[in-house]
Design a protein around this ligand. Sequence first.
Ligand code: ZN
Length: 215
Amino acid sequence: MSLQCPLCRHRAAQLYHKDKFRSYYQCDNCDLVFVPSQFHLAPDKERAYYDLHENSMEDEGYRQFLSRCAQPLLKELESPCHGLDFGCGPAPLLAKILAENGHRVDLYDYFYMPARKALHRSYDFIVATEVIEHLVQPGVEIESLWQRLRAGGVMALMTKLVISAERFANWHYIRDPTHICFFSVNTFEWLARSLGAELQFVHSDVIFLRKIRGL
Ligand SMILES: [Zn+2]
């Protein structure tokens, strides 16, 4: 069994939690808690799971949920900007909210919007809401997204954070079989150092990484 961390690639991790479905390991270097690959769903099963949980563009509750990310991001974007909604899913409501406010938003989703040319442009902002906990290779994916972000730009991430091992054991978030990476404050601090990013915790589950001008 390979226990290489999918974020920082460090090769030492400790068992963090085990339930009747999966084991969870914590990286000794960046503190990411991850599910080893033998417990990952096959892509067709993963897709079927997402199809069951389709959000709607008209769902007011979903709009409220996304506003935790959208409102602080809109404050950052002074003039009309060009951004990417990475992992937008079948109902790209966040992109719609941002477009309603004058911004242009490209869409990419591995299953629902697989237009990879969107991953080769440069952006003023990149949003990924409830995405990074699903990534098989979060290190590779986040680094390549970071390359697409212009200086002065912001990467807005939404994911629920690991608080403690005790809380983790009873956490609803780990019951989703498509959730395979769990980030904490320490993990984001490691990530920000690694990218040379300015880090801001905007809400309990909203994290901004800014690309400092001049780097
Ligand atoms: Zn790591």
